[in-house]
Design a protein around this ligand. Structure first.
Ligand code: MSP
Length: 641
């Protein structure tokens, strides 16, 4: 048992969550889930960084107090995570009183240790970065990050004797090759330590900034936001006496992007050394997502909103793409074309088709019942051996944060199973009445898909669970024995029922989308003519499948005030799930049991992450909404003609 702790940076609350935040947090969530799947106890922390100049500035720009503003934006982050199936154990905010206490206790310890002194300093201060720059760090006199000339600030402040710990830190990095990874960032830090580094200014006078944690030894000063923020990692574990701290801190790993390497690789470990706290175990540093090779920025208007991608392409493809596309440590370029490419090739073609084919054959040959395995042949043995090696490599690479390689390795097995179907040709075995052989081949395929789904759980939890259900298996995290899975080919219980089809990864037709885009682009600007009603043929009308229905249940879509998720009976085997913008007009009790009319062959669409399979027809008049319905008591499923 190796307790594992994983953290993301705590994000500044001066911007909405974007692709970059989503990536780091999804990575943290995935590795956390992988540890849990392997039965290691794991603890995952994310949160928001709420003090400092930047936040005050943003609050002022929105004509709000810092308190009001941080409350609002922090909630945006907290609420975004469940939508991305990110499930931290702790969402921490630096404005919590528990955190304030922790920061003051550390400051006092460091102070008592003689590592804090009062001094005067004049330097180039970038408000965007909230830090002083040395002449050498500036590029043409500008802040390298913000391309702005820093302000020259001279004031009396408290300083942390960071320089006292630079040699011990260097030694620690040299002695522990896994402390900072990938290698390029370890080298970068060793380079920094070779340069002249100064002591760290850790206070701001209240005359300039009050939005921060007061120093315990001088009430005229607040704590520098980075000194405050880094401590969140141990506040979250209830340092100093919490059980969580004792259990998880020895296995602590931080994930950050390259932008905040120095605070994590230099400030934080030296702070820990001074406070007499053991260092974290590992810092894992990734590169930056660019958009078509350009830095994402508000001013360029190219900021990618994770939710819009999820609405458009689904959550599982989005999470898969992020992990598969970026080589951890290097920059990667985000584009919808690349996402669609991966979705169609890896998910729809390789994994989706495989699952659909195997489910359909199980229904055709065995009425959907998982068959028994009997004597195996050489190609079966080969399949199982390859499975062993792919799954093992996948988990090992994943745990080394090499997600792209890990998934590529897993896909070697996905492709192999597709080939195995073709080579063992179940349709021929069926035709030739070779029932034992047919059962064995189909069992190996179903069990292979089950294992793939299980291993995909950290990447796409909800979809993996659906897939497991489709092949007649359940999912109980406590029951999974990941390592035993690799060598044993008997996890699936014969006799279970599999789904008729899968359809978890519908193809996205790029050309049609592009054509649609072109079509709308080439459309002339709206004219009065647009309001004219054009005639349609009777055939067009016949193509619309409008039917009577009955609402079985209604519940609010999480995080969307106006939307209801309805189950509507329309005379099919299963009720339809329909998302409708009715929540402003009706209560749940107005809808449940109500007769409605449904356009049933409208193209299915994911709305706020929920699949909608049709449209409930309604008429809006002023502030009211009326639902269309047939005569009371009309059966569901009758076509309007
Ligand atoms: N508040 C500090 C961190 C304090 S941690 C004790 C901060 N916040 S931030 O909101 O600016 O978040 C920076 C982090 O967001 C990066 O380190 C990275 O995890 C993520 N990303 C922001 N933009 C990114 C990209 N374009 N690409 C990848 N990740 C990026 O710094």
């Amino acid at each position: 048992m190796n307790p594992f702790f994983i953290s993301t940076p705590i994000y500044y609350v001066n911007a909405r969550p974007h692709l970059g935040h989503a990536y780091t947090t999804i990575v943290a969530d995935s590795i956390y889930r992988m540890k849990k799947l392997g039965n290691d106890p794991a603890f995952f922390v994310t949160g928001t960084d709420e003090h400092g100049d930047k936040i005050v500035e943003a609050a002022q720009a929105h004509q709000q107090t810092p308190e009001e503003y941080v409350e609002k934006i922090s909630k945006l982050f907290k609420d975004a995570w469940p939508w991305l199936e990110v499930a931290p154990d702790r969402f921490i905010r630096t404005t919590e009183s528990q955190h304030k206490k922790c920061v003051q206790e550390i400051l006092q310890r460091v102070y008592d240790n003689g590592d804090i002194y009062f001094g005067e300093y004049g330097g180039h201060y970038c408000f965007g970065c909230e830090r002083f720059y040395t002449e050498k760090e500036l590029v043409d006199g500008l802040c390298p990050d913000h391309q702005k000339k820093p302000d020259f600030i001279q004031e009396k402040n408290y300083f942390f004797r960071m320089t006292r710990y630079l040699e011990p830190l260097k030694k620690h990095i040299l002695d522990n090759p896994d402390f900072i990874k990938p290698e390029r960032y370890r080298n970068e830090v060793l380079g920094m330590l070779g340069d002249e580094l100064n002591d760290l200014c850790i206070s701001r006078p209240k005359t300039r900034l009050t939005w921060g944690i007061e120093l315990p030894f001088d009430d005229q000063y607040v704590t520098y936001v980075w000194f405050d923020a880094l401590i969140n990692y141990i506040t979250a574990l209830q340092w100093p006496d919490g059980e969580g701290f004792k259990k998880y801190w020895p296995g602590a790993h931080h994930i950050v992007a390259k932008d905040i390497l120095k605070p994590h690789a230099v400030f934080w470990p030296t702070m820990l050394m001074s406070a007499g706290i053991p260092l974290y175990q590992g810092l894992r540093v990734h590169g930056y997502w660019t958009v078509k090779e350009t830095k994402m920025s508000k001013s360029l208007g190219n900021v990618i909103e994770p939710m819009s991608m999820v609405d458009k392409y689904g959550l599982a493809p989005f999470r898969y793409f992020l992990l598969r596309e970026m080589q951890f440590g290097l920059d990667a370029s985000f584009s919808e074309e690349a996402l669609v490419g991966r979705l169609n090739a890896d998910l729809a073609n390789d994994l989706g088709n495989l699952t659909n084919r195997v489910l359909a054959m199980t229904h055709k040959y065995f009425k959907g019942v998982v068959p028994q395995i009997s004597a195996t042949q050489q190609e079966d043995e080969h399949t199982m051996e390859l499975g062993y090696s792919c799954f093992k490599d996948y988990v090992e690479l994943f745990e080394k944060f090499d997600f792209a390689k890990a998934l590529a390795r897993l896909w070697v097995f996905v492709s192999h199973l597709n080939k195995y179907v073709d080579q063992s040709a179940p349709w021929m075995l069926y035709k030739e009445g070779k029932n034992d052989r047919l059962q064995t081949v189909m069992y190996i395929l179903l069990e292979g898909i089950r294992k793939i789904a299980l291993h995909m759980w950290p990447v796409m939890p909800g979809t993996a669970e659906q897939m497991l259900e489709q092949v007649g298996s359940g999912f109980d995290l406590q029951e999974v024995d990941l390592h035993a899975e690799w060598s044993k080919w008997n996890g699936l219980v014969p006799g279970g029922l599999v789904a008729k089809k899968s359809n978890l990864f519908p193809r996205v037709d790029v050309t049609t989308d592009q054509e649609k885009k072109q079509a709308t682009q080439s459309k002339p600007a709206s004219t009065a003519d647009d309001n004219k009603i054009s005639t349609i043929s009777f055939d067009d009308f016949k193509r619309m499948h409008i039917v009577t229905g009955k609402v079985l249940s209604a519940e609010k879509v999480k995080g969307a005030d106006k939307l209801f998720q309805l189950e509507v009976e329309i005379g099919e085997n299963q009720p339809r799930q329909i998302v409708a913008g009715l929540a402003d007009f009706f209560a749940v009790s107005d809808l449940e049991g109500r007769e409605v009319v449904v356009l049933a062959n409208l193209e299915p669409k994911k709305i706020r992450g929920v699949q909608s399979q049709g449209m409930v027809l309604a008429v809006r008049h002023g502030k009211k909404m009326s639902l269309l319905k047939a005569e009371p008591g009309t059966k569901p499923g009758l076509k309007i003609s």
